[in-house]
Design a protein around this ligand. Structure first.
Ligand code: SAM
Length: 205
């Protein structure tokens, strides 16, 4: 049995499990793995969920915190309502949407999550560049809105710009590392940048 065969079996498993658990997508298990490893999500937190459609990460947060968290979720696509989640629709990079987020988080955020993914072109370096652009937008907003000690998680398609992005992130957080969840598709070149203990003195990348 090859590694790809095992990964395919694992992918099918996560898909079936998401139906059993009534998650809107299998992506929930990636966040669950990240959360189990780094203990990021706790009741009482104010959390921003970027690239949130169809909504399984927000569902996971609402369940994990027993509804005792406050989540702002945004996506280009519409998201069906989720209890305790404020849903916005639009491009995270637009000033208009960023202003809406600022208004909804006047006292700052404990955690920023981004599962944003660009439309893929099949050209690896172009997809990676587009992904880095999305992560950079998410990071810049985080530098403005995260509370001291806050955390950041973002999906990245690994490419040329990633090592520089990681280096910059390490300047702004006490801890920054790449993490590759088992629940990621075998065919995917995605990984997650996990950064903890935000140091607010730094400026944007
Ligand atoms: C992999 S899906 C997210 C799955 C989601 N985490 C879940 O658990 O259901 C990636 C999402 O990123 C969104 N996206 C991509 N670029 C975006 C942008 N500039 N602003 C907001 N959302 C974006 C896409 O519309 C897509 O729905």
């Amino acid at each position: 049995m090859t590694k790809a065969w095992f990964k395919k079996r694992l992918n099918d498993h996560y898909l079936k499990q998401s139906r059993i658990d009534s998650f809107r997508s299998r992506a929930a298990y990636k966040l669950e793995e990240i959360d189990k490893k780094y203990s990021l999500i706790k009741p009482g937190m104010k959390i921003l969920d970027l690239g949130a459609a169809p909504g399984s990460w927000s569902q996971y947060i609402a369940r994990k915190t027993g509804g005792k968290s406050s989540v702002i979720a945004i996506d280009l696509l519409p998201i069906e309502p989720i209890e305790q989640v404020t849903i916005l629709q639009g491009d995270l990079r637009s000033k208009e949407k960023q202003d809406e987020i600022r208004k909804l988080a006047p006292k700052g955020l404990d955690l920023v999550l981004s599962d944003m993914a660009p439309d893929t072109t099949g050209i690896h370096y172009a997809d990676a560049d587009n992904s880095i652009e999305l992560v950079t937008a998410a990071l810049n907003l985080s530098y403005e809105l995260l509370k001291p000690g806050g955390s950041f998680v973002a999906k990245v398609f690994e490419g040329e710009g990633y090592s520089e992005l990681l280096r910059q992130t390490k300047k702004n957080f006490d801890f920054a590392k790449s993490y590759n969840p088992k629940a990621s598709l075998a065919s995917s070149r995605e990984l997650y940048l996990v950064a903890r203990f935000f140091k607010p003195s730094q400026k944007s990348v």
